[in-house]
Ligand binder design. Structure first.
Ligand code: NI
Length: 270
């Protein structure tokens, strides 16, 4: 567990450095006396063999994680796998998705291959590859917009690269904010905006998993064409329910996750 903890601390430090809003929420929860445990953390990538799920999951397999389940997101052309650390139930699940390039336009494939070609070998081989961010250089806003038309997922990846896309607070571990409704109300009361695509709450107790998330906060990014404000990362909240055998459900609901992906879709600050 120690090695896994070390890895998660590094990923968390990068994530909150990139997303001050997350840090703010984390502290609001802590100030209530809550223990903020992670249900899962998520990464995005392309299915190119140089950077695919197998490559990203390596760091987790090395510290004892095991493959647990797979998911298909047809409309978004995504495939995902989730991993768990069996000997330590409190460890967060790891959810890694990849964009199926062969299903995308020729233009998108060329852009993806080009940025992967530009990742230095030392970065590809580094044990910290999954935290290497964008190592292909300053993005072009024109390309970002072009990618967005076809895949918001690809556009996000093009700008932000390899790093945690989101962490997810386990509502099961909270004492006062012990329902997803209470968590959502608390956040809205503090002025945070939730992703309402498909309703603020994705999933139901009957499905054994309820999820909600903030809308990714807007960040000013440096593009070839100048500075532009775009959505960065978000914070997710999940509550799990026990199954018929009394065991807490450990998987993911593709239909809900599908909508959660849209938390990073482009929008302009009101
Ligand atoms: Ni998630």
């Amino acid at each position: 567990m120690e090695k896994a903890q070390f890895l998660f601390d590094k990923i968390w430090d990068d994530y909150i450095a990139q997303n001050p809003e997350v840090k703010e929420i984390y502290h609001l929860f802590s100030d209530l006396g809550e223990t903020v445990a992670n249900d899962h953390i998520a990464f995005r990538t392309f299915n190119d063999p140089r950077v695919n799920i197998d490559v990203l999951s390596n760091a987790f397999l090395k510290v004892g994680y095991k493959y647990k389940g797979e998911y298909q997101f047809k409309e978004k052309h995504l495939y995902a796998r989730h991993f768990e650390l069996e000997e330590f139930k409190e460890a967060p699940r790891v959810f890694i998705s990849e964009l199926k390039l062969e299903e995308m336009s020729y233009e998108l494939q060329v852009i993806a291959k080009d940025i992967i070609n530009r990742i230095p070998d030392a970065v590809l081989q580094s044990p910290d590859f999954l935290l290497s961010g964008n190592s292909w250089g300053r993005p072009s806003y024109k390309i970002y917009e072009q990618l967005r038309k076809e895949s918001e997922y690809a556009a996000w990846l093009y700008v932000f690269g390899f790093r945690a896309n989101h962490f997810t607070v386990s509502i099961n571990a909270l004492k006062q904010l012990d329902s997803i409704q209470k968590v959502n109300l608390f956040l809205k009361d503090k002025g945070f905006v939730l992703n309402s695509v498909g309703g603020e709450i994705k999933g139901t107790p009957a499905e054994l998993l309820e999820q909600s998330s903030t809308k990714a906060s807007i960040k000013e990014m440096d593009f070839d064409e100048g500075l532009f404000e775009i959505p960065s990362s978000y914070y997710e909240f999940a509550r799990r329910y026990p199954d018929q055998n009394g065991r807490l459900y450990g998987g993911f609901i593709a239909q809900s996750a599908d909508k959660i992906f849209e938390s990073t879709d482009f929008y302009k600050k009101a």
